[in-house]
Design a protein around this ligand. Sequence first.
Ligand SMILES: Cc1cc2nc3c(=O)[nH]c(=O)nc-3n(C[C@H](O)[C@H](O)[C@H](O)COP(=O)(O)O)c2cc1C
Length: 174
Amino acid sequence: MKKVMLIDCCVRGVHSRTLMLAHRWLAEQERDSQVEHLRLYQLNLAPLSAQEVEQRKDTALGEQFAQADEIVVAAPYWDLSFPSILKVYLEHICIAGTTFHYVEDQAVGLCRAKRLVYVSTAGGYVGQRHLGEEYVQTLCQTLFGIPDFVGIRCEGLDLPGNDPEQLVAMVRFG
Ligand SMILES: Cc1cc2nc3c(=O)[nH]c(=O)nc-3n(C[C@H](O)[C@H](O)[C@H](O)COP(=O)(O)O)c2cc1C
């Protein structure tokens, strides 16, 4: 059975439109997959301490990420990128020897996933560059070795006159 990891960066829990959109995506995928829902706000994550910076040792979080068959990140669009808890999580999983390693001076990914799906919703319009998507996609390409990236967005949710739930329901996944 395919192991899909849902990395939930949505502080508003059941009220989160981003999480709703991620659940819609998951519901349309193959039935024979098992979804592991990782709620970042429940993990008591903290930025790396001085000791952790020295050690950069293997973590259960890094192993879990490396072993997933597919990753879905649900992250609202905050301050042109994503909530800081996602960056803190990424600090904990970017571990040489677990999610990537070096071959001579090149980073080579050690992650099993072939695809990462990045789901976000925005209050306004994102415009030309979505720095959150771009950052995570670059990590996938240059560190984790995850070749396929899919960005799913729904924009304009907080604009006057818009019905956010209807906008989320109208997103087509292609
Ligand atoms: C701290 C914070 C920062 C935000 N920054 C932006 C932003 O830069 N651009 C934008 O269009 N919307 C911004 N928004 C609005 C959110 O993107 C929007 O409400 C989104 O749908 C929230 O997702 P959620 O329903 O999953 O919580 C921000 C909201 C918050 C709470």
